[in-house]
Design a binder for this molecule. Sequence first.
Ligand code: ATP
Ligand code: MG
Length: 538
Amino acid sequence: MTHAAALPFAVLWADPATPNDTERDVNALDNRVAAVKMRDITKTFGPVVANHKVWLDIYRGEILALLGENGSGKTTLMNMLSGIYFPDEGQIFIDGAEVVIRSPKEAFDLGIGMIHQHFKLVNVLTAAENIVLGLEGKLDLKAAAEKIRSICDAYGFEVDPDQKVYDMSVSQKQTVEIVKVLYRGADILILDEPTAVLTPQETDKLFAVLRNMRDDGKAIVIITHKMHEVEELSDRVAVLRHGAFVGDMLTKDTNAQEMTNMMVGHPVVLNIERPEPVDPRPRIEVKGLTVRSIDGILKLDDVSFTANSGEILGIAGISGCGQKELLESIAGLQPTEAGSVCYVEDDGSREELIGKDPLVIAEMGVSLSFVPEDRLGMGLVANMDLTDNMMLRSYRRGRGPFLDRRFPKNRAEWVVSELDVNTPGVATPVRRLSGGNVQKVLVGREISSAPTVLLTAYAVRGLDIGASYTIYDMINEQKRKGVAVIYVGEDLDVLLELADRILVLCGGKVSGIVPGRGATKREVGMMMTKLGGGRNDA
Ligand SMILES: Nc1ncnc2c1ncn2[C@@H]1O[C@H](COP(=O)(O)OP(=O)(O)OP(=O)(O)O)[C@@H](O)[C@H]1O
Ligand SMILES: [Mg+2]
């Protein structure tokens, strides 16, 4: 990880335009000209008021966290700075002068760059090609690679200019997006939920470069739903509620509870229930499961465990240590090398799932909801409305070629009311919904499909606090109904509060299984990084 101290600050600060220590003191904000001032900004989409008379100030040398529930208008507001949308009303000032931003190009010319919720890179091109794509003038890839390297050195990015995008991890793609806007000279950077799909380690790296950029005098806006990130990274927070600005404060003067109350508009209780399992019985028995990736890497190594009905089995592990392969093997989506996965019926009879068609496994009541990194790419069809997206899931239950639209419509309506999906109705195309609302539809669809086994991974990615807690409640509700839940999550605090037992994976092996009640973060963390790092008595 790159530390700020390792950077040539003496050189960077030699520029008289960059702020000194006193100016970076957030208490001195009022004395500075805001890099961006938004005044009375209103934006509507037909009947939907996405932003209503919003005031917002963004300063250089500061990281501002923009907060709000799913659908509260954060992305829309920032899209008006990055030239994607044009406001219906209101004014925008950059460094005190009023501007009109009509396109992303005009935004770039004003030094504004945005890293979007859904990446916009071209897969078959290299990092360098993507970075210079669309720029005017003669293309000199060698000079470009040189400039990319110098940007990377200055802030601590790791980018290989010649790597193709299709070979990159999400975090690498995101780095390319950031370097791309810096390459174009952006000094006002907006990042829309950049950590939603990053591992904690990747997040730490990103935060280190964001701090470097802040210290270099750039203005940074980050949208995130994760309160601990807000507290760790930001200097100031601004809160939107139902499209309106409700206030801002210095991060050091507030806390997660107060910020959440402001977003929601009333006090909320942040507390996850953990009912005792009722009559748990073996439902899924995994023995000696071994999976290799296409390129021969061992992904799961002799994994054995039992998931019980009426119980939540949490899966912990650093990203990429076999969680995905595990869930997909159970759902029949992953070729396996050795081992067995047995479905145990109520009467004790057993059926081997390995080798079965995924549709047959789904019909047995095994439901997989894996929230992918690209929410629109998998599982949902952006141009279809909510009801049709529900039908995608339930068509298998249909009898004969004539589909009954009533059941999916009811399901869509249920998901909308239960998860408070922000939409004019179930006939709205999914692409019009905000990022988090898209995801509520995806997860709600799986959880509401009444399975006997619920496999869920990263269910709350991109969801606001309220929706996250509703999801935890829904999962608990399934547990009470006797469903065997296997829950893969990134947030250890949540796993420790929600799961009855926690299986810890480490490099594709079972590091241990601990009871959720009484386990500590430290103990589970140790087991994630070292096989058998803790006790194994569950
Ligand atoms: N292109 C569009 N057409 C119609 N409605 C839209 C469009 N873009 C956004 N909206 C609506 O505007 C409102 C605000 O959406 P926005 O994407 O700004 O929310 P957000 O705060 O970014 O939410 P999230 O946290 O879920 O990403 C939502 O009700 C959304 O459905
Ligand atoms: Mg958004």
